[in-house]
Ligand binder design. Structure first.
Ligand code: HEC
Ligand code: HEC
Length: 369
């Protein structure tokens, strides 16, 4: 029987598709894919984990904390501004080849320090010359960086963006990329009621996000408020800390915002002499910012160059008394701290871990929806 004689109905003819679909099946699949897409997109839009409301951003000064240095009155935090700051913080678009975001170096799990490198790593695998500090309670900080080279939270991001070993971009370059991006145009419009993307708005949005990183609910805080008890070791550690360390690591922020020399031998390869580079004052040689110790259990390695991997090594440095020249005499008190005393101080330091801050959904990477 010839093909010509084979009766194919007109309807059948129309339904045939080279891949074997017929039209009805195609329509089913089409609607199935569309509904999947809509389900997924509505999930990402409204997933409550990533939604930020005005209530999420309410700020009350934690009990016992001083007045913040950074005043949010000049940069009112709004859900739209905060969400834009979060998007920028997690977006490698801020770097020259779109490979390095702020979060690449500042990891949430480590209170926004960087735990798998001694020194910071940036664009093209280049290695910086300092350990990445945690980002927390920044609004109480008078200066930024290990040597205090920056004195305003809003100006701080310019340093990593333009540093050749970090993001290697120019402000002009970042702005051009953002201005050519329709999504960012809309984001800036909703945050600042203006589509014009300027460096001021970029820096203000980032400061809204990083400024809200506040850690004030550790076991230590609950102990101080009388809500939780310390173990005997923690209690002994607190007492030792208050007599040996508080001169510099002042409660409740665990820093007095000064620069001190704790007798660390300069690293001959890095040749980092600290604060003297900023002030030119000879006495500032090897002085570094007193780091706030909140979440210190999570922010290893330690010191400006990440030379110590553990808190045991830090305590051993203070206790062994082998201090390099011109150090601050108040550390001499620590010489001879016994192994048990060092262990108790460490037990106390671990009460500064703030699980609520480390798992705060507001600071989570919005790209992992
Ligand atoms: C390549 C790694 C890297 C990237 C990327 C990076 N940072 Fe940093 N950040 C560091 C290092 C290292 C320091 C300390 C530098 C110093 O003391 O010289 C630092 C310091 C800071 C500080 C000061 C903290 C303090 O206590 O003094 C803030 C705030 C900060 N970074 C925010 C940001 C923001 C916002 C971005 C994105 C625009 C960013 N960083 C990108 C590595 C990085
Ligand atoms: C004279 C002031 C001073 C005293 C006293 C002092 N510290 Fe420090 N501490 C510093 C400075 C400054 C640094 C940073 C030094 C650097 O990076 O070069 C530091 C760093 C640290 C670090 C590393 C933190 C990090 O994020 O890298 C820990 C932990 C620490 N100190 C704990 C203690 C303990 C515990 C005591 C008491 C036994 C103590 N300190 C006493 C000034 C002091």
């Amino acid at each position: 029987m010839s093909l010509r004689g084979n009766k194919i109905t007109a309807a059948q003819k129309g339904f045939l598709h080279p891949l074997g679909f017929n039209r009805r099946r195609f329509v089913y699949i089409f609607f199935f894919v569309c509904s999947l897409y809509f389900c997924f997109s509505s999930f990402t839009e409204t997933n409550p984990y990533f939604v930020i409301t005005v209530k999420d951003l309410e700020f009350t000064n934690p009990l016992g904390f001083p007045q913040p240095v950074y005043d949010f009155k000049n940069n009112k935090v709004t859900p739209e501004g905060f969400v834009l700051g979060r998007k920028l913080f997690y977006d490698p678009i801020l770097s020259k080849d779109s490979s390095v975001s702020c979060a690449f170096c500042h990891q949430r799990i480590a209170a926004f320090a960087h735990i798998d490198h001694t020194l910071s790593h940036g664009i093209n695998g280049s290695i910086g010359n300092r350990n990445v500090p945690p980002l927390q309670n920044l609004i109480w900080q008078q200066t930024f960086m290990w040597d205090g080279g920056i004195n305003h939270l809003e100006l701080q991001p310019l340093a990593p963006i333009t540093n050749g070993r970090e993001m290697a971009e120019s402000l002009k370059g970042v702005l051009a990329k953002l201005q050519n991006n329709k999504a960012y145009e809309a984001d800036f419009k909703s945050a600042f009621n203006d589509t014009l993307i300027t460096s001021e708005k970029l820096l203000k949005a980032l400061a809204q996000f990083t400024g809200m990183m506040i850690s004030s609910n550790s076991k230590y805080d609950r102990y101080v408020k009388g809500e939780e008890d310390f173990s005997l070791h923690e209690l002994n550690g607190l007492q030792l800390f208050r007599s040996h360390c508080i001169n510099c690591h002042k409660e409740p922020l665990f820093t007095d915002n000064t620069f001190r020399n704790i007798g660390l031998k300069p690293d001959t390869a890095l040749r980092d002499s600290g604060r003297i580079k900023i002030t030119g004052i000879a006495d500032d040689y090897m002085k570094f910012k007193v780091p706030g110790l909140r979440n210190v259990e999570m922010t290893y390695p330690y010191m400006h160059d990440g030379r110590f991997r553990t808190l045991q090594q830090v305590l051993a440095h203070y206790a062994n008394g082998k201090f390099f020249t011109n150090y601050d005499k108040s550390i001499e008190k620590n010489i001879g701290l016994t192994a048990q005393e060092q262990a108790d101080i460490i037990a106390f330091l671990k009460t500064l871990t703030d699980q609520q801050f480390l798992h705060d959904r507001r600071f989570a990477d919005p790209n992992f929806r």
